[in-house]
Design a protein around this ligand. Structure first.
Ligand SMILES: Nc1ncnc2c1ncn2[C@@H]1O[C@H](COP(=O)(O)OP(=O)(O)O)[C@@H](O)[C@H]1O
Ligand SMILES: [Mg+2]
Length: 328
């Protein structure tokens, strides 16, 4: 197959994406595929082989059979690039426009989880106009969450812009800081549970969950440094949770994947408090090197990196054909 690998992007996860893109390209080449590397520069332009890529609706991308976008965060994992690839009419790895957008928006995702009866922490979503007009009323409402709370921009990743607030008088400043990143902010009650992650692979019709792994960190919480500095995090597989919690977690990961309408892949992140399994979020394009959690969990479940990227490309082609079989 001829596969275009997209990496870089406009978000703060640009460098992380380049590392992931390089790994995917190497993995695909190792099993004999032709790889076209496309870099999405921070200014929004797309470059291949030193030249700007010409994008024409309905004309595919550089003659690729499938596109593997290893992009994280805004303008990459949030449905925007997925929409562009739909218009180019080329199969691409991962979730479509809506599921990508929903999973990247912490408030919308949590509203949908609530409707599906998926257990999660208590939260409050706040839009900028309300914060500007009713600051005191918002702060009063937030006391219902107790302390500590986590304050987050609704649509970032890699823990960028997130603050753990332990004292009520620090809450206003934390909200102001989060609103610098996004016009919508979420405040969540803290879970003291163990952080456990599970990889999901498959289609909207049928998906499977990997062996779950536990995130072991020295830091107080899983912040940017813990995520990306060497030794910041250790993945423990299997996770130190009960057999019942493990089954509940794997079933919830697959159920949430289906409920959000995901396809291809997602990493489902949880807090586990004894037998209580709380879903934190689904990442539709998680970190994707062979040493990233997503791939390591599949490795531990008997599926190697090269086979994993291959499976994802096949799922992308199947989904593209399937979606175009509907009348519109
Ligand atoms: N409600 C919460 N309770 C406890 N820890 C939390 C909570 N929300 C976030 N955290 C900590 O912050 C990290 C990043 O939060 P998360 O919502 O996963 O954002 P991101 O999308 O940036 O990964 C989590 O992995 C966890 O360590
Ligand atoms: Mg996370």
């Amino acid at each position: 197959m001829r596969i275009a690998v997209l990496a870089g992007g406009r978000s703060s996860e640009h460098e992380i994406s380049l590392t992931g893109g390089g790994a995917v390209a190497a993995g695909l080449r190792a099993v004999g595929h032709e790889v076209l590397e496309v870099t999405l520069l921070r200014d929004g332009t797309w470059v291949h082989d030193g030249a700007e890529v010409a994008l024409q609706a309905g004309r595919g991308l550089l003659g690729a059979d499938v596109v593997f976008g290893v992009l994280h965060g805004p303008f990459g994992e949030d449905g925007t690039v997925q929409g562009l690839l739909e218009l180019l009419d080329v199969p691409y790895v991962g979730s479509g426009v809506l599921a990508s957008a929903v999973c990247l928006d912490k408030v919308v995702a949590k509203e949908l989880m609530a409707r599906a009866g998926i257990a999660q922490v208590a939260y409050v979503g706040i839009r900028a106009p309300r914060w500007e007009q009713e600051r005191e009323a918002v702060l009063a409402e937030l006391t219902g969450l107790g302390l500590p709370v986590f304050v987050k921009p609704a649509r970032l990743g890699s823990s960028v812009g997130i603050a753990k607030v332990v004292a009520a008088d620090a809450l206003g400043a934390a909200l102001d800081a989060a609103f610098v990143h996004d016009p919508c902010v979420i405040v969540e009650a803290m879970s003291a549970g163990t952080e456990v992650e599970c990889s999901v692979l498959g289609s909207a019709r049928s998906a499977e969950a990997s062996e779950p792994g536990e995130i072991v960190i020295e830091a107080d919480w899983y912040d940017f440094a813990a995520k990306y500095e060497p030794g910041g995090m250790r993945l423990k597989v299997p996770a130190g949770i009960s057999a019942g919690a493990r089954e509940d977690l794997r079933a919830t990961a697959v159920a949430a994947f289906a409920h959000f309408g995901c396809s291809g892949l997602a990493r489902a992140d949880f807090f586990v408090e004894g037998e209580r399994v709380l879903l934190n979020e689904l990442n539709t394009m998680p970190g994707f090197t062979p040493t990233s959690v997503y791939a390591k969990l599949w490795e531990a479940s008997g599926l190697g990196y090269a086979e994993l990227v291959e499976r994802l490309c096949r799922l992308a082609i199947e989904r593209h054909a399937d979606e175009r079989s509907y009348r519109f």
